[in-house]
Write a protein that binds this ligand. Structure first.
Ligand SMILES: [Mn+2]
Length: 285
């Protein structure tokens, strides 16, 4: 049994298949973790969703911003852009079934640390015994317990019969500070933004929404990558996608950025956890 982790697929179905073949993925014994943004912009979001759903318990998904936006489009709250290439998916005979499945996926996944992870990552045994994955990361204003509580809270709302109303409420950038999130709606919106849209934060840990460049290209001096501000990741490995301009590079030993911009013509990246081996598939154009 091996654990594989893959970055943002965004409808790059052929590249995902190529990677699964490259590693001889066996759904009877291996597990594939997907870091969110399964859909949008790429050529085949429909086949991607059908494949991941068909993997059953062998696929562990977290929702990304594009996945949530798709749910909102399907619910009639937003209009799809042509550039998202979602028309075929939205017209599919099984779209309702796919969207019901997608809406039940969590914002946070975890799996146990391996004994070999501890010395290599200088982890303190007894703090957190798990590796975590979310689409964007963990808010610097949260401990692990906050992240777990908020992920469960959001998932319960999206999986409920009230899904459409909650999807309507997710749009917006306020509050961007957890200390100011008082109502359930505030907490819902903040949590979705932290889990699925965050890249940079201000020094107090509040979310910044505009800067997408890698840290070495960022010229703003009052914002920091979330992983520079988070205390949690000093003792907890974190896997995430979303930030394509990092191209898998990060100064922090304990975090694993997996979005390498396949949909932009770069590559899809898969990490095999037990030996930290990376598998790469160049975008097929
Ligand atoms: Mn994203």
């Amino acid at each position: 049994m091996a654990i594989y982790l893959v970055g943002d697929v965004q409808g790059c179905f052929n590249e995902l298949i190529a990677l699964l073949e490259q590693v001889n993925f066996d759904k009877k014994k291996d597990v594939l973790y997907l870091a969110g943004d399964l859909v949008a912009r790429g050529p085949d979001s429909l086949a991607t969703l059908r494949l991941v759903k068909s993997l059953g318990d062998s696929a562990k998904v977290v929702l990304g911003n594009h996945d949530l936006h798709l749910l909102a489009v399907h619910a009639g709250i937003k209009k799809a852009k042509n550039s998202d290439k979602l028309a075929e998916l939205l017209a599919a005979h099984d779209v309702d079934e796919l969207m019901d499945w997608l809406a039940k996926q969590p914002l946070l996944q975890k799996f146990p640390l391996l004994p070999s992870d501890v010395p290599s990552n200088h982890l303190a045994r007894g703090s957190n015994e798990f590796v975590y994955m979310s689409h964007a990361g963990i808010s610097p204003q949260w401990q692990i317990t906050d992240a777990q509580t908020q992920a469960e809270f959001v998932q319960s709302k999206l999986a409920s019969n009230d899904r459409k109303r909650w999807l309507t409420l997710m749009y917006g950038e306020q509050p961007n500070n957890w200390q100011q999130a008082e109502s359930d709606v505030d907490k819902f919106r903040y949590s979705i933004n932290a889990f699925t849209r965050m890249r940079y934060c201000f020094s107090d840990g509040s979310l910044e929404f505009n800067q997408k460049e890698a840290p070495d290209k960022n010229t703003l001096t009052n914002i920091y990558p979330w992983y520079q501000l988070s205390q949690t990741i000093n003792h907890t490995p974190w896997i995430f996608g979303h930030w394509a301009s990092l191209m898998g590079q990060c100064s922090h030993a304990n975090i694993y950025p997996l979005d390498t911009g396949c949909v932009w013509g770069n590559q899809l990246t898969m990490l095999r956890w037990h030996d930290k081996k990376y598998f790469i598939q160049a975008a097929i154009t």
